[in-house]
Write a protein that binds this ligand. Structure first.
Ligand SMILES: [Zn+2]
Length: 218
């Protein structure tokens, strides 16, 4: 899957922000309210030259809106930028799961420390996706690189092929695990201890070399 290089580019405002459209991801919208949102979104798309820019996510209202817009193209970036900015403002983590074609499978809001996938929708996504096919993005309000839990989550979750942490300083840290890689949990834990370094970035580079994973910091 090819991700837009500036997926998390903060310079350009996204469609929803430009058009001043607020969507509450935790609210269960009525059909009338969804209709209104749809009209606003369509108008905004025309005004700003976006055509198919709304992602498919799990939130009920969003899903209904998406039925009319689903087609993930690079325009999706506008929405993603907006989401990242949004979470950075709120200080809580948000997670975006993309499939191998770059389609958004789910957007979730978490706490300041993490996002839990312990619900039926997430479980279904992870259970039904092909092995090592999903890319999981989340933000780190702490500005740090990937954590032990992030990597263990990737290792344990067969459907996941990469985890990325994005910081508000515009950095994106990504660890990927190749399809054929058979790292065992014990090996991972040992390598984590062995590669220990005060500089987390250096440490993750070392860890990736030891386990034949791939680490990038952009
Ligand atoms: Zn994390």
């Amino acid at each position: 899957m090819k991700l837009p290089e500036d997926l998390f580019n903060e310079k350009e405002k996204g469609l929803l922000e430009k058009a001043k459209i607020e969507i509450d991801f935790n609210k269960d919208y009525s059909l009338d309210e969804i209709g209104e949102l749809e009209i606003k979104l369509k108008d905004a798309c025309l005004d700003y030259g976006f055509t198919n820019c709304i992602p498919n996510v799990s939130c009920k209202a969003w899903e209904k809106i998406c039925d009319n817009f689903i087609d993930v193209t690079d325009k999706l970036q506008a929405v993603q930028d907006w989401l990242i900015r949004k979470e950075m403002k709120s200080g809580v983590e948000r997670t975006i799961i993309l499939d191998e074609k770059g389609k958004i499978m789910q957007i979730r809001k978490g706490t300041a420390e993490n996002v839990s996938f312990d619900d039926s929708v997430s479980k279904k996504i992870f259970d039904t996706a092909k092995p090592r096919s999903l890319d999981v993005f989340h933000n780190h309000p702490s500005n740090s690189s990937l954590s032990y839990d992030d990597l263990e989550f990737m290792l344990f979750t067969r459907a996941v092929r990469s985890v990325s942490a994005v910081t508000k300083l515009g950095k994106r840290y990504t660890m990927s695990i190749p399809l054929k890689n058979r790292t065992l949990v014990g090996e991972f834990r040992k390598a984590w201890e062995k590669s220990y370094d005060n500089d987390l970035n250096k440490m993750l580079k070392k860890l990736a070399r030891m386990l034949k994973w791939k680490y990038t910091a952009k």
